[in-house]
Design a protein around this ligand. Structure first.
Ligand SMILES: *[C@@H]1O[C@H](CO)[C@@H](O)[C@H](O)[C@H]1NC(C)=O
Ligand SMILES: [Cu+2]
Length: 170
């Protein structure tokens, strides 16, 4: 029985691994981190954010914070209630839904006067390894989002059948 696990476990890991490898952690602003007077639109411009990727906002706690807002509040730098702030100085945001996302700093004037604001578009996960260097695809539609959700389920299904076949033969 034990030797079969030596076959089954690596098989499952191999099948599931590509999803894990595709995820990328982005430190917002790279070495500069999350602060005032950085052009975050320029920083984001050449990046293709995908579902499963993470944004890491790094700053001295107390100097800044992070609010996820909508497009209207982004334009006007309207700060939501304090309870919605991320404040750790190492704030990790997992991009789990495709579409546009907006982030601002809530310290007075940091967004409005000093441009501490970031807008990105998040694309569905599955296409990353097919087109890592291809131009940005069209904005996601509900249809391809549904298909891309099925891909990991399909992998798990195949893994389960493989495991069942090996174990059933014992
Ligand atoms: C954007 O967020 C603000 C503040 O939370 C809210 O008042 C407003 O209705 C929202 N706008 C849209 C278009 O959802
Ligand atoms: Cu700030």
């Amino acid at each position: 029985m034990t030797w079969k696990l030596l076959v089954v476990i690596p098989a499952i890991v191999t099948i599931l691994l590509p999803s894990a490898i595709r995820a990328t952690d982005y430190t917002v602003g790279d070495d500069k981190g999350w602060t005032v007077s950085v052009n975050y639109q320029a920083w984001a411009k050449d990046k293709q954010f995908r579902v499963g990727d993470k944004l890491v906002f790094r700053y001295q706690p107390g100097d800044h914070n992070v609010f996820r807002v909508n497009g209207t509040s982004f334009k006007t730098c309207t700060v939501p209630p304090d309870s919605e702030a991320l404040t750790s100085g190492n704030d990790i945001v997992t991009l789990d839904i495709p579409g546009r996302k907006w982030y601002i700093c809530g310290v007075p004037e940091h967004c409005a006067s000093l441009h501490q604001k970031l807008a990105i578009r998040v694309y569905p996960a599955a296409r990353k390894h097919w087109s890592a260097s291809a131009p940005a695809p069209a904005p996601p539609t509900p249809t391809n989002h549904a298909i891309e959700l099925l891909v990991p389920l399909y992998r798990i299904f195949i893994s389960a059948i493989a495991a069942f076949l090996v174990i059933a033969k014992s």
